[in-house]
Design a protein around this ligand. Structure first.
Ligand code: 13P
Length: 251
């Protein structure tokens, strides 16, 4: 049975002190509650070790927002997957559209980042999604299929089976514009079918596919009720317990 997951991507928000408070408050809000999904928070790199120490052993799991495509060495400013893993983080977001758009991350670079994550036993939350003009041109399936194929489809089946996917239509990120429930389901079903064609239906059925893009307390329940939507990757609404908790409780 695939996992339902609600993951918070804090992006470049929160000082260390603010982050620790948010992680603690979230942990407290969840303690004693029946939580029906995996809860992950992905703070900036510099907060990982401190937040793993306050929240990482609880029901709240920790993830990074990136890792380097190299093992180690003279790469000033980079953070390797082994460094991320050494903080206690168990997940890593890779291929986020903001990394692709602002930092030039290509499908080929992301292929290396995924390998580094897996070697270090981090679970990649691999993001895919089309920009508005691609959707308007009806090219969204082709774009998403290419992103998956070029970065992930050389992985052996056992390694692919560890990956979580996150469909984030770029036009819905931080815009308040959400894909409709039907648009999300249609794309998630296409992604699952794409995986099934390459790795078979068992692996496809076991792969968690999250939706991201202006997911919030008001729309989470409807989005998550789709058979192929296994949770959410949440940006803005993950920055306070008041807005994040209802999304977790949507399961
Ligand atoms: P928003 O929820 O702020 O739209 O961000 C989505 C996202 O990019 C999560 O990775």
């Amino acid at each position: 049975m695939r996992k339902n997951i609600v993951a918070g991507n804090w992006k470049m928000n929160k000082t260390l002190q603010e982050g620790i408070i948010l992680a603690r408050d979230l942990q407290m809000a969840l303690s004693g509650k029946a939580v029906n999904c995996e809860v992950i928070i992905c703070p900036p790199f510099i907060h990982l070790a401190s937040i793993a120490a306050v929240a990482g052993t609880s029901i709240v799991k920790i993830g990074a927002q990136n890792n380097a495509d190299k093992i180690s060495g003279a790469y000033t400013g980079e953070v390797s997957a082994s460094m991320v893993a050494s903080t206690g983080a168990q997940y890593v977001i890779l291929g986020h559209s903001e990394r692709r758009a602002y930092y030039g991350e290509t499908n080929a670079i992301l292929k290396e980042k995924v390998k580094m994550a897996l070697v270090n036993k981090l679970i990649p939350i691999f993001c895919i999604g089309e920009i508005l003009t691609e959707r308007e041109a009806g090219k969204q399936n082709k774009v998403v299929e290419t992103q998956i194929r070029e970065s992930l489809f050389e992985l052996p089946v056992k390694e692919f089976g560890k990956i979580v996917l996150a469909y984030e239509p770029v036009w819905a990120i931080g815009t308040g514009k959400t894909a409709s429930s039907a648009q999300a389901q249609e794309m998630h079903a296409f992604i699952r079918e794409t995986i099934a064609c390459k790795y078979g239906t068992v692996i496809a059925e076991e792969t968690s596919i999250l939706y991201g893009g202006s997911c919030n307390a008001n729309n989470a329940k409807e989005l998550f009720s789709n058979p192929d939507v296994d949770g959410g990757l949440i940006g803005g609404a993950s920055l306070s317990v008041d807005t994040f908790l209802p999304i977790i409780e949507a399961f």
